[in-house]
Ligand binder design. Sequence first.
Ligand SMILES: Cc1ncc(COP(=O)(O)O)c(C=O)c1O
Length: 455
Amino acid sequence: MNDNYKNEFAESANKHMYIGMVNESTLKKEGGPLIVKNSEGIYLTSYENENFIDGISGMYFRNVGHGRKEIAKAIYEQISTVSMNVYAGITPKSVELATKLSDITPSDLEKTFFCQGGSEANESSLKLAQAFHVRNGEKGRFKVISRNGSYHGSTYGTMWLGGHPGFPRTDYQPPPANLIHVRQPDYYRRDYPKQSSEEFTNECIKEIEDKILFHGPETISCFIGEPVSQPLGGVVPPENYWAMVRELCDKYGIILIFDEVITGFGRIGEWFGSNLFDVKPDIMSFAKGITSGYFPLGGSISTKKISSAFDGDPSNAWSHMYTYSAHPGGAAAALKNLEIIEEENLIQNAKDRGNQLFERLSEIKNKRRIVGDNRGIGLLQGLELVKDKKTKEHFDPSLRINQILTHKLKNRGIWIRVPAFILPVAPPLTSTASQIDHICNAIDESIEELEKELA
Ligand SMILES: Cc1ncc(COP(=O)(O)O)c(C=O)c1O
């Protein structure tokens, strides 16, 4: 692609396409937009024939890596025969996938509703929880507890859960009336330096219980959280946090929803976050890694306790659907993708490479004065950038150090879009030890260069 053509292409995109979360000037600062011509393994190739390591797996979804012809073939073969689902119908592949999901998810989860992505999955999980309470005669349970710093989607409902400076909601006021926000269990951001991890956990749990009691347990439908939360760089909660949240939910009749849209299907070195913490949710939302993004697919899987509320009389049925729910093309992609994850032992690789990545990012944190913390697990990790390590103050957003770093990494052959003050690292689960080293060397050099410029 010559320069003129590239500019024309970018101009047409600017004129005719909304590119999520950015506009032309942001993209210029970052040296983008990246126009991908090809992708293979963990590499992206641009139209200018530059190669980049995909350091964030597309958008935290490309678990099995790029260029998997076997998934393309599975989709092709499926949609060459049965290419859609009919209203109130089923297809063999979707049933096969639903059965497989009940095998690989924690034991109590057994019944899946399929949709197209993560926001719809969470929207479905929230509706499922509330409708469950209605079937049980508890119509007053409509409030949702979520954690600041989390991200659960972009639809009109899910965008209000969690909350993060990278996703401002100022255009969509006023917020709905069913929101309760609690803190993210991010030990780095504890209130007192001397607070132990146990004390911090107790404080987080006390806040949740206080809010439940303040609002009245009989008004609360569910608690939603990602087992390990990505937007703040892979927040791994302290040891007993999820077990204690589970206990609170049981005590007050609240449904626990795990949003495993990113953590699911091996990214954190386990099949799911629920396995990592040995805590069983009532409902789990999933998307991204289930097809590694080769087909838009998400879903919501629930326990028998939840699903049986909709059995019996036809009026009990759950009133919820999307046109493309349970598309057999998506199911074929997912089944092949899961086969690859199992056959290539990618979950173990995510664990091993994750340990290596954690060590390397810890070294960078210790060495670099603008890195306050490194956190995460498996191949879902990140660095928190700070102006001052002691006060943990962030840089003034007008300095746009995130865009500068995105550009610097790109110049070193790494594609990682740095949002706000977190530098995320989440390459495909197929990454090798030398590729992880390559990513970490580029991060270290980019930060070193930025530190010099800031000085
Ligand atoms: C944890 C989590 N939940 C939900 C979503 C929304 O998924 P989607 O963009 O597929 O709607 C995302 C997207 O990044 C996510 O990270």
